[in-house]
Design a protein around this ligand. Structure first.
Ligand SMILES: [Zn+2]
Length: 317
């Protein structure tokens, strides 16, 4: 227990010095549905968007059966996989597997089961390999005052971390999004720092769980897709923060805002302005911290834009 507590304390100290400096993030190329894989019941196919995954990445799954499907569930390493149906494709379902950025590399079993109209069952099994992610590492030496938060600040940060965890643990059973996901800032096509490990005064900190997008203070921040606001308040590390629930365990987080223009319970359309870029919380300059959580896994938000970029609208939910 002692060493765990020590590690947690070090992580807190590291996080305290969160400064979101520029570094290069390595992105996985996300192509078209690539691999027909796994063993399925006759007449059913399972396809993955990539032959293997890496820490912090997202896999799109496609299940097709010979007859219309009434129900599909997925399980990947004891986590459920959200599946949804798109319009005019009764015999097809899509799902997302989120690979947490600290997931132990290895092979994990993906199991998909379902039921066809008329009662027949389908099932597929596949093994999904998780490789180590390639993330930037930054070594810093800083004064003690920057890495040692007060006991009150530690307590507050711990409570807020738990609050976020409780939010992400809840899976809204309906799909609230409809169509493509977008990058929240107009004219911005990429960001940096996803998964970056920072080593502060020789101690490794927890990895950077989101992507930093460049933007001047006051730049409008748009909701990446439709959803419901589940958090809109000032947090110790992330400053003014908005969290949007898109349904099926998918959440986006917007941090360091100079201004919050949404409140808990608001139903947002894709692109609704929910706040303005700022430098609140533990940062050195204005930018948007954009996070994505899929079934509690912290994944690179740009992958959602790439993978669901061609998602058709007017989908059945
Ligand atoms: Zn950040």
């Amino acid at each position: 227990m002692k060493s765990q507590d020590g590690a947690a304390a070090r992580r807190r100290q590291m996080s305290f010095a969160l400064m979101c400096m520029a570094a290069t993030a390595v992105l996985l190329p996300a192509g078209a549905m690539a691999k027909d894989t796994g063993a399925c019941t006759p007449g059913t196919t399972l396809r993955l968007s990539a032959p293997e995954s890496s820490q912090g990445s997202l896999l799109l799954i496609e299940v097709k059966s010979a007859k219309p499907l009434v129900e599909v569930q997925g399980d990947w390493d004891r986590r459920s996989v959200p599946f949804w149906r798109e319009v005019a494709s009764e015999a097809q379902r899509k799902g997302l597997v989120g690979v947490d950025l600290e997931k132990e590399p290895g092979e994990y079993e993906l199991k998909v089961t379902g039921e066809m109209a008329g009662g027949g069952k389908i099932s597929c099994m596949a093994r999904v390999t998780v490789r180590k992610g390639r993330f930037a590492t930054e070594k810093l030496q800083v004064g003690k005052q920057f890495v040692e938060p007060s006991p009150e600040q530690i307590k507050r940060a711990d409570e807020e971390r738990q609050k976020l965890r409780d939010i992400f643990d809840h899976v809204t059973p309906e799909r609230l999004w409809d169509g493509k996901f977008r990058i929240p800032l107009d004219g911005v096509t990429t960001g940096s720092n996803f998964g970056r490990r920072r080593i502060l005064n020789g101690n490794p900190g927890s990895p950077h769980g989101g992507m930093d997008l460049p933007g001047a203070t006051g730049t409008p921040v748009h909701a990446a897709q439709r959803g419901r606001v589940v958090l809109a308040e000032e947090l110790f590390f992330a400053g003014n923060t908005v969290v949007v629930d898109h349904g099926l365990g998918i959440y986006t987080l917007y941090g360091h805002l100079s201004e919050i223009d949404a409140k808990v319970g608001d139903a947002l359309e894709a692109g609704t302005v929910l706040g303005k870029v700022g430098a609140t919380g533990r940062v050195t300059g204005p930018h948007l911290h954009w996070g994505l959580t899929v079934e509690r896994a912290r994944v690179n938000p740009l992958q959602l834009v790439t993978l669901l970029g061609n998602s058709s609208g007017n989908a059945a939910r």
